[in-house]
Structures are given as structure tokens and as C-alpha cells.
Design a protein around this ligand. Structure first.
Ligand code: GTP
Ligand code: MG
Length: 313
């Protein structure tokens, strides 16, 4: 990413006249696809609030921003994007940004959505709640994985600073942001920063060229809230990863991962469409439930049956 000063009226500039404010304009990111940043963290840590402030800040720098909220529960509950849109009011209204709800078509739908969003926007932010498997999945799609954590102790959610360690989510994180570093929470945010910094020392680095950082911000603190620091760290990461070739390698590996996920998903679809296999699988499922057949043996039988059907068709 070559960030250069721009007036907003140069070719390729995405800023609209009259919207630059006093912020220095930056060139859009031009690395094939956009810079994809995943943001995860426990419920209520302030992901949406951060994205609103951060997204507006990026727009003022001349970037085009898309936001995808990946909500693992959305298939069941109808999604919380309505809630997110009301939280990201400014960003949702701005024509230079695009806020999209969680795709319902499972994990591959998310990959597709991110690819589509990356086409028209040079920065794509993917929000995911740090519960369940969604963060691992998002980490396999994005260029940079950012973990938002609350100040240590005293937080209304009582999320321990070791939360990230317990969940193994630290191993995925390229940047840790302690949010809500404002008012009475500043001291505990500092403590969290210290604790996460030392915790990171025990985590194996993903890239030999990048050491994950821990910074503090207040998403509600306006220009004094440190949102710029967050972008500086992300920009630095992007530049290092790009210039060393690590980013291209990471994207290549991710494409490989998704190819195999697609293979598994298509095979499973085919298998489920086969009524004879389906019937047999139903029976075996009940037997496995009753512990009459070992799960591995049942799986083997299902696959064998499926392959027999394939070869005779
Ligand atoms: N003091 C303070 N409060 C914040 C900050 N950021 C967010 N909040 C508050 O924290 C609460 C949760 O914020 P959200 O942005 O909805 O959190 P979230 O992580 O997106 O939550 P989910 O999407 O439900 O997981 C809201 O009441 C915000 O106003 C901050 O920097 N400082
Ligand atoms: Mg949210």
C-alpha cells in the first residue's frame, strides 16, 4: 500500500469534493483486492462502535469502506444487522460506505460476500462476535485479524483479560485493541494493555516479519480517542506484509483452504442429495446415538455406500 498525499481530485481518488474536511487524503489501496480487516471480540466490547468511528475516519482519508457483519446466530435469529445499522448510523448513511448484513448461506456465502465487497471498496471490515467458530473462519478470509478486548476487570461484562488466551484467539490476532480506554476505565485499559502485551510474548508469531501489537483506544473519544493509532498500526502491518511477500503467501494459503472447504461442502451436498445414502445415514445416525455403532465405522459405511452409488451411475 502506497499511501501518498492526495487532494481528492486526482484520478482514482474516491473522495467526493467537499467531504475531505481537514484530513489529509490518502490513495486508495491497490493490491488486486482491498485490504480486508477482521474485527473480533466478546459481545459488547464495542466492535460496532469502533467500526463506526474507524470507518468514518477512513472515509475522511479518502478510502472507500465496506462492512460485513458476520453473525453466526443470524441464520437462526434473523440477525442483528438491524441493531448494527442503528449502531453504525453515520456509516450506514454515507454513500461512500456500504454496510452489509451477515450472509445466510453459511461459510462459503461469507467468502463470496467478502470477495464482492472487496471489488468496489478498498478497505473491507468484517465484524464477527468472538464466540464459536466464526473468528477462525474470518481469520481465514481476511488479511489482518484484529482482536478488540475490554479494559481489565471492572467491565460490565466481567470478561477476564485472559479471555483471548483461553479461547486461543490470541494466536489468530495481528493486533489487539483495548477499547473503552476513556473516563474511569483508562487505568484498567492500561492494565489490560500490559497484560495482553506480556501474554502475546507466549504466542507463536504468524509472520516472521510482524510482531502483534497492543494499543488502547476509545471508540467514543472522537479525534482524541486514538482511532488514528489503530489505522497507523494496520497500515504498518499491510506495508510490511505486502513488501515481504507474506501477504501474497497468506492469500494464496487462504485460497487453498477455501478450495478444500468448497470441495467438502460440494461433496456433502451430493451425498445428501442421494436418497439411498440419506436413508442409510439416518439409520446409522440413530445407531451412533445409541452407541451401537462407532462413529468412525458409520462414517466409513456412508462414504462407501455413496461411492458405490457414484460408480454405478
Ligand atoms: N465508554 C465507552 N463505551 C463504549 C466504547 N465503545 C463502545 N462502547 C459502548 O459499549 C456498548 C457495546 O457497544 P457495541 O459497539 O454495540 O459492541 P459490539 O462489540 O459491537 O457488540 P455485539 O455486536 O453485540 O457483540 C455500547 O453501549 C457502546 O456505547 C468506548 O470506546 N468507550
Ligand atoms: Mg456489534
Amino acid at each position: 500500500m502506497h499511501i501518498a498525499s492526495s487532494t481528492g481530485s486526482e484520478p482514482g481518488s474516491t473522495a467526493r469534493p467537499g467531504q475531505e474536511g481537514d484530513q489529509q487524503q490518502e490513495q486508495p489501496i491497490r493490491l488486486g483486492k482491498s485490504f480486508r480487516i477482521g474485527l473480533s471480540g466478546p459481545p459488547g466490547v464495542g466492535k460496532s462502535t469502533f467500526i463506526e468511528a474507524f470507518g468514518m475516519n477512513l472515509l475522511s482519508k479518502g478510502h472507500r469502506v465496506s462492512v460485513l457483519a458476520v453473525d453466526p446466530s443470524s441464520a437462526r435469529t434473523g440477525g442483528s444487522i438491524l441493531g448494527d445499522k442503528t449502531r453504525m448510523t453515520e456509516l450506514s448513511r454515507d454513500t461512500r460506505a456500504y454496510v452489509r448484513p451477515s450472509p445466510s448461506r453459511g461459510t462459503l456465502g461469507i467468502v463470496l460476500a467478502v470477495n464482492i465487497l472487496s471489488a468496489g471498496y478498498d478497505i473491507c471490515l468484517v465484524e464477527t462476535v468472538g464466540v464459536g467458530q466464526s473468528e477462525t473462519m474470518v481469520a481465514d478470509i481476511v488479511d489482518m485479524f484484529v482482536l478488540l478486548v475490554p479494559p481489565a476487570g471492572g467491565d460490565e461484562l466481567q470478561v477476564a483479560p485472559q479471555w483471548g488466551m483461553k479461547k486461543g484467539i490470541m494466536e489468530l490476532s495481528d493486533l489487539v485493541i483495548v477499547n473503552k480506554s476513556d473516563g474511569a476505565l483508562v487505568d484498567s485499559a492500561r492494565n489490560a494493555q500490559i497484560e495482553y502485551t506480556s501474554a502475546l510474548k507466549f504466542v507463536k508469531a504468524i509472520s516472521s516479519h510482524w510482531k502483534p501489537k497492543v494499543i488502547r483506544v476509545s471508540s467514543k473519544g472522537g479525534p482524541e480517542g486514538g482511532i488514528d493509532k489503530a489505522w497507523d498500526a494496520m497500515k504498518e502491518y499491510f506495508d510490511i506484509m505486502e513488501s515481504t511477500g507474506d501477504l501474497q503467501a497468506k492469500r494464496g494459503n487462504q485460497r487453498k483452504i477455501w478450495m478444500w472447504r468448497q470441495v467438502s461442502s460440494e461433496l456433502l451436498d451430493l451425498l445428501n442429495e442421494d436418497t439411498q445414502v440419506r436413508e442409510m445415514a439416518n439409520e446409522l445416525e440413530s445407531k451412533v446415538l445409541r452407541n451401537e455403532v462407532m462413529s468412525g465405522a458409520a462414517a466409513h459405511q456412508i462414504v462407501q455406500r455413496f461411492m458405490k452409488g457414484m460408480s454405478s451411475s
